[in-house]
Design a protein around this ligand. Sequence first.
Ligand SMILES: *Cc1c(COP(=O)(O)O)cnc(C)c1O
Length: 223
Amino acid sequence: MAAPDAQLRAAVESALGEVRARIEAAGRSPDDVQIVAVTKGFGPDAVVAALGAGLATVGENYAQELLTKASVAPEGVRWHFLGPVQRNKVKALHPHVALWHGVDREAAGREIIKHAPAAPVLVQVNLSGDPARPGVSWGDAPALVDALRTIGLDVRGLMGVAGLDGARQQFSRLARLARDVEVEGLSMGMSGDFEIAVSEGATIVRIGTALFGARPGATQVRR
Ligand SMILES: *Cc1c(COP(=O)(O)O)cnc(C)c1O
């Protein structure tokens, strides 16, 4: 019988093949869409399996989880931080983070730039408008993009998590906003809605359960 790590890697490879096929079926070349392997809730073995399957970009939502996994992960992982940026966590996180997806206020950007000049960031927009969810409002997003550029961050794009209803309309609105504020990057789409997201122009999808199965912990995405 194969070792558990080889089994996990084979499972992730096969799941990745399926995700790529679904991206293609949704009308996009899988080579044009970056897949971030979201390993939150799983152990470091999931990171190793992702890397083995060819997914070197790994996303985490929680600072401590990222730091713990980064301390044991093999070389070559590019970490994306997906969670809201808590200012007291930036100092520890920044040496590891290749892209911050969750910048939704200027204070977070100022904290990042204090440690990482010209760091690449995405501005998270609150797609559903639910005040309990992270993200800058639609109306305030353009000014935030400007403010972050002004202080010297490299604003690569926009990020959003769709609400339960109306994902297509929300993703297409985010794509329009990206054109308006002249950014290329569009991080949108998760396991449940990535086909809609890629058909609306996503350049980055963030995929957890479709690659690794259901998360063992209670870290389901709040919608
Ligand atoms: C957990 C999470 C994901 C991955 O969710 P799945 O549904 O498991 O693919 C993507 N983006 C964010 C912001 C998340 O919190």
